[in-house]
Ligand binder design. Structure first.
Ligand code: SAM
Length: 248
């Protein structure tokens, strides 16, 4: 039975204490996209871009924070283990540079296209409908393909996935919840059954739910007590869920 460990705490603090090794790290970290704007469309609910203080950084703070959490995952991730990071398009090259400096090998970038992005009310720019998913491995053996990459059919292995933003019964109160379909796709390609996956910015627990359905285990760190509660509620139907408190 897959096991899912939920940890309420700051990722940097928890990662520095984690003794377990994991097979893959699949993370949807803060994006640094929050702003105080609220979009109001006639006949529709107001849509706020103020996700909370966890998503406000200066550019330098953001890159330092990113470098720090990636550095802390390195000793936890198995050799040649996959690292997948969601990001806005503007940060692709910065994040790539950060993990390459730390000894990760960059393999590629996927695009998630949202079919129902927030509208451009002022019509003075593009709708923000794409997000990136960077893929690297913890080291790389040139002589053989030593990382997990479950290639299915040619037409299923595009570096592109298209889904709507979470809606309907899947939607929780988390403002930046990812669709389970996107996480399931990544889990199938980059991990095997019984693997242990780390998500150190777990939010509403999408990774854990998708992992369980695919018979993988997970460690899920979230520092916001309200989001942690949402994740616990969402995962309560799953038998192998455990709360984990790390020793000080
Ligand atoms: C983009 S959201 C993840 C959403 C998630 N993938 C889902 O589908 O619900 C990032 C999450 O990281 C959490 N977070 C931000 N800084 C953190 C930190 N230092 N340690 C742990 N969690 C943090 C935020 O509270 C937020 O829930």
């Amino acid at each position: 039975m897959p096991k899912h460990y939920l940890i309420l705490g700051d990722a940097l603090n928890v990662l520095s204490k984690l003794k377990t090794k994991v097979d893959a790290v699949i993370v949807d970290p803060p994006y640094n996209t929050a702003n105080k704007n609220t979009k109001v469309l006639k006949g529709r609910k107001a849509r706020s871009s103020d996700f909370g203080k966890w998503d406000y950084f200066t550019r330098d703070e953001y890159l330092n924070f990113t470098a720090e959490w990636i550095r802390l995952t390195k000793p936890i991730l198995n050799e040649n283990g996959n690292l997948l990071i969601f990001s806005k398009l503007e940060y692709i090259s910065d994040i790539k540079r950060i993990y390459e400096k730390l000894g990760f090998k960059h393999h590629g970038t996927m695009i998630w296209h949202k079919t129902n992005p927030a509208p451009q009310i002022r019509k003075n720019g593009f709708l923000s409908s794409c997000e990136a998913i960077l893929w690297a491995t913890n080291g790389f053996d040139n002589k053989k393909i030593s990382y997990t990459f479950n290639f299915s059919k040619q037409n299923e292995m595009h570096n592109f996935i298209q889904t709507p933003i979470c809606m309907g019964h899947e939607r929780t109160a988390h403002p930046t919840q990812k669709p389970k379909k996107v996480l399931s796709h990544l889990i199938k390609i980059f991990t095997n059954e019984k693997d242990l996956i780390l998500d150190c910015f777990a939010g509403s627990g999408t990774l854990a739910e998708a992992a369980d359905e695919l018979k993988r285990s997970s460690i899920n760190i979230e520092n916001d007590p309200d989001y942690f509660k949402i994740m616990k509620e969402r995962l309560k139907k799953i038998k192998g869920v455990r709360n984990l408190k790390l020793k000080k």
